[in-house]
Write a protein that binds this ligand. Structure first.
Ligand SMILES: NC(=O)c1ccc[n+]([C@@H]2O[C@H](COP(=O)([O-])OP(=O)(O)OC[C@H]3O[C@@H](n4cnc5c(N)ncnc54)[C@H](O)[C@@H]3O)[C@@H](O)[C@H]2O)c1
Length: 340
């Protein structure tokens, strides 16, 4: 049996509590929100009558001594929550982004190391079956080594709340998923980035609803990202629309269910080589999927086994470095080297 306190009982906490209810041996022993009524409402909704409910994380941790903290607060509160969790000897699974600034990210990762606690980030896009299948396909060498990877993300949500006031909102709150997935899919390390943000005339965000970024990856591959959170009409999937180009062929994924791949043949059709479609392998039983449920299950297992989960903060900080590099480039108008 393991116990967890969940902090931040806003919109996303519903998906967390639906997932945690499905994990055997995991008990939610506390619910915290600075707006205590929200924590009380979630306790009632999920029948968590024995959970301690409060407005202050430190107080609830002192009362409950849980094994782990589930952090679902807004990014600006993440550092305080993380340091409080580690001070109380808790392992920490945190929503993305790992932190709201590079300094806070470093502080959190260092504090986890100093406390000897497991710290991981919810990068639930890795736990999408198509993402696992594509990674396996790329690893098989079917289209050769990737030379470029391209993503389009055009969705127009009206969230209200913190996102509409947050600076660099697309890069920090959404593109982190896509950047992390790109790094995962081609097993690539980012080297440098050039990025431009813009605000369309119809934008309902304070700043940074739209961005275009070009990343140079180790080994010479290029990753391009084009995204907007106020692009009405012909929306893409929340997973983005993808094209991965390899030395012998290419793969496209619409971000929903349509994945196609083709490789060149030795036969010419005029100036073009004839292409041969290639099937992607089905999901492998060892592929870990399930979105939030999959990430939380892996985290709980890592705590029980004393292992590091796939989305450990020490690795995830490399995806976050892509975000902060893109933000710095957008602010300075320069190409920014991304430190390993
Ligand atoms: N992984 C995903 O797919 C996904 C999807 C949506 C949101 N998120 C992330 O989840 C996090 C929360 O997003 P949301 O949409 O639920 O936001 P939200 O604003 O609906 O909820 C955040 C909650 O945190 C509470 N809070 C803020 N500071 C606090 C503090 N110091 N102590 C306790 N409670 C505090 C607020 O009162 C609020 O109830 C964000 O980091 C967001 O990026 C992830």
């Amino acid at each position: 049996m393991v116990n967890a306190v969940l902090v931040g009982c806003g919109a996303m906490s519903k998906a967390w509590l639906e997932a945690t209810a499905r994990i055997d041996g995991l008990t939610i022993s506390g619910l915290v929100d600075i707006d205590q009524a929200r924590a009380e409402a979630r306790a009632a909704e999920f029948g968590l009558s024995s959970a301690v409910v409060g407005a202050d994380l430190g107080t609830v941790l002192a009362q409950t001594s849980p094994d782990m903290v589930f952090d679902v607060v807004v990014p600006a509160a993440r550092r305080d929550v993380a340091l409080t969790a580690f001070r109380h000897g808790c392992h920490l699974l945190t929503e993305k982004p790992l932190a709201d600034t590079p300094e806070n990210a470093r502080d959190i990762v260092d504090a986890a190391r100093d406390a000897g606690r497991i710290h991981a980030v919810v990068q639930n896009r890795r736990y999408v079956s198509q993402v696992r299948r594509i990674r396996r396909f790329i690893d098989s060498g079917a289209i050769g080594a990737p030379t470029s990877i391209h993503c389009d993300f055009f969705v127009a949500p009206h969230f209200g709340g913190f996102r509409e006031e947050m600076r660099h909102v697309l890069l920090l709150d959404m593109a982190i998923h896509t950047f992390d997935a790109a790094r995962y899919l081609i097993a690539g390390q980012p080297k440098a980035v050039y990025c431009q943000e813009w605000e369309p005339k119809n934008s309902w965000y304070e700043q940074g609803s739209s961005a275009i970024a070009i990343f140079e990856m180790a080994g010479g591959a290029i990753f391009t990202y084009r995204g907007s959170w106020c692009a009405d009409g012909e929306r893409t999937s929340w997973e983005s629309a993808w094209r991965i180009v390899g030395e012998q062929g290419a793969l496209t994924w619409d971000g929903f269910d349509d994945i196609r791949a083709a490789v060149r043949t030795d036969e010419r059709d005029g100036i073009l080589e004839k292409q041969r479609p290639v099937e992607l392998p089905p999901l492998n039983p060892s592929d870990r999927i399930g979105g939030h449920l999959g990430v939380i299950q892996d985290f709980v297992a890592a705590v029980q086994n004393g292992t590091q989960p796939e989305t450990a903060g020490t690795d995830n900080i490399k995806s976050l470095a892509m975000v902060f590099g893109a933000i710095e480039s957008a602010e300075t108008g320069r190409r920014i080297a991304i430190e390993p």
